[in-house]
Each structure stands twice: as structure tokens, then as C-alpha cells.
Design a protein around this ligand. Structure first.
Ligand code: HEM
Length: 235
């Protein structure tokens, strides 16, 4: 947040500048609106594809596993995208992406819920003792469950009302998203057993995103961003 507000206050030292930044601000708002629409539409595509595959009998020989893979991968991609919002703003100075963090996180929660529902309903037929055995026998499921449970308070408190009510504690609480993504990666790495390429790629991306948030790296990136902007303006 400090990055964003820092950029906000850097603008408009004089009234002439304030007037000249108005169209830019309007453009930014328009782009932000468009990006929000794209996010909402894009987030429903994986579910639409899954439903399409179900009705055309294209879920393969093990449909439940296919649904687990599909919902799990979509949830992970959305979690990574929501984590990427701040670094994208730090690196490129695109404030327009900031409002996307909330819908991306909520859609991630939706897909994790579908993923969990597939597990307890389609795979384990809501049989509680069977489900508990499945969790104990497969520790990667336990790790996934912890990640899901941690996502619940974040989804509930994602509204502006909760943000106000919790004040500073809201930020601390939402730092849980870092732990959630690490648990999601452990869940993925643990379950694949041999071929680590796909989870390895996700882990590398998440590592870079964490690095961009680390203050010494963040400050350097912000300096570069400012230098590039000044050079572009002076042309
Ligand atoms: C933040 C939470 C979670 C994320 C991001 C996540 C993500 C994933 C991913 C990416 C996969 C592998 C997809 C692939 O191989 O392409 C997967 C598989 C799976 N997940 Fe999750 N998951 C989460 C939580 C859970 C929970 C709560 C459960 C069940 C209680 C669960 C059970 C499973 C199972 C059973 C598989 C399939 C394993 C197999 O058959 O090989 N996951 N998950």
C-alpha cells in the first residue's frame, strides 16, 4: 500500500500539473475498469470449460481426478496472480492492477472450495471417517486443507467494511496469503512424486514475486522505474 500512496502523493505539486494529470487519471480508471471486467470474465472460463467437458464426456477415464486437477490448477494460478499484483505495480508502476487483487483472491477461494467439494463429495461421498482416513494417509491433502482453512478468514474479511473494522490488524491478517501460497506449493510438490517441472515452475515464479516484495529489491525496482519514467518523459 505504501508504494501506491507514495506514487499518489508524488503527483500534482502545482495546480497546472494537477489539471494535466486529470485525463491520465481518467484513463487509468478506464483501464482499471476494463481489467476488472477481463478478470471477472476470465475467472469463469475454467469453470465453463470444465462444465463443457462434463457435458461432452471429455473428462477422460478418471473424471474425478480430472476435476481435481482442473480446479486445483486454476486455484493455484489465481493465487499466484493475486500475489503478482503488488510486484507488477512495483516493477511497472501500473496502479490499475491493484483493484484486481480482491477478485483474484476470491475466485481462487471459489476454485479451492470446488476442489475441496470434489474431494469430499465425488471422491469420498461425504463419508467422514473415510475422508479423515484419506487426509491422514495422504499428508499432502492435510497441507491443502490447512491452506483452505487459512483462506476462509481472508475471504470473509476481504470487504471494505472488514478492512475498516480491523484497521492495522487487517494487513497483518492478510499476510497469511504468503503462507497459503507456500502451503499450496508444498501440497502440489508433495503429490506429484516424480515429475517436479510444473510445481517447480510455480515455485520459481512465487520465489521471484516474493523477492520483488523484499524491501532492498523493492527499493531498487522503484528507483529503476522512476529513472525509466523520467527518461521517457524527457524525450
Ligand atoms: C489452497 C488450497 C489448494 C490448492 C491451491 C490446491 C492445488 C492443487 C493442485 C495444483 C493440484 C494438482 C493439479 C495437477 O496435478 O495438475 C491438486 C491436486 C489435488 N488436491 Fe489440491 N489444492 C488445495 C487444497 C486442497 C484440499 C483442501 C484438498 C482436499 C481436502 C485437496 C486435495 C487434492 C487432491 C486429492 C488432489 C489430486 C491428487 C492426485 O490424485 O494426484 N487440495 N491440488
Amino acid at each position: 500500500m505504501s508504494v501506491i500512496s507514495g506514487q499518489d502523493t508524488a503527483v500534482s505539486p502545482s495546480s497546472t500539473q494537477a489539471v494535466s494529470t486529470q485525463p491520465k487519471r481518467r484513463d487509468r480508471k478506464k483501464t482499471a475498469k476494463r481489467l476488472t471486467w477481463i478478470t471477472h470474465l476470465g475467472a469463469w472460463v475454467p469453470l465453463a470449460v470444465l462444465i463443457g467437458e462434463y457435458f461432452t464426456n471429455n473428462l477422460g477415464i478418471d473424471p474425478v481426478r480430472e476435476i481435481l486437477f482442473h480446479t486445483g490448477t486454476t486455484a493455484l494460478v489465481l493465487l499466484v496472480l493475486s500475489l503478482a499484483v503488488t510486484p507488477v505495480n512495483i516493477i511497472f508502476g501500473w496502479k490499475q492492477v491493484i483493484p484486481l487483487r480482491r477478485p483474484l483472491g476470491l475466485y481462487a477461494f471459489m476454485y479451492v472450495s470446488l476442489h475441496l467439494l470434489t474431494f469430499v463429495w465425488l471422491d469420498y461421498a461425504f463419508d467422514l471417517s473415510f475422508i479423515l482416513d484419506g487426509i491422514v494417509e495422504q499428508p499432502f491433502v492435510l497441507v491443502g486443507t490447512v491452506a483452505f482453512l487459512l483462506l476462509v478468514p481472508l475471504a470473509i474479511t476481504s470487504t471494505k467494511g472488514w478492512q475498516k473494522r480491523l484497521g492495522k490488524r487487517w494487513k497483518t491478517l492478510h499476510k497469511l496469503s504468503y503462507l497459503i501460497i507456500i502451503l499450496a506449493l508444498i501440497h502440489f510438490i508433495w503429490l506429484v512424486k516424480n515429475v517436479y517441472i510444473e510445481p517447480g515452475i510455480y515455485a520459481a515464479i512465487v520465489g521471484l514475486l516474493f523477492l520483488a516484495r523484499w524491501n532492498p529489491v523493492k527499493q531498487k525496482l522503484l528507483r529503476w522505474q522512476r529513472q525509466i519514467r523520467t527518461r521517457l518523459k524527457s524525450r
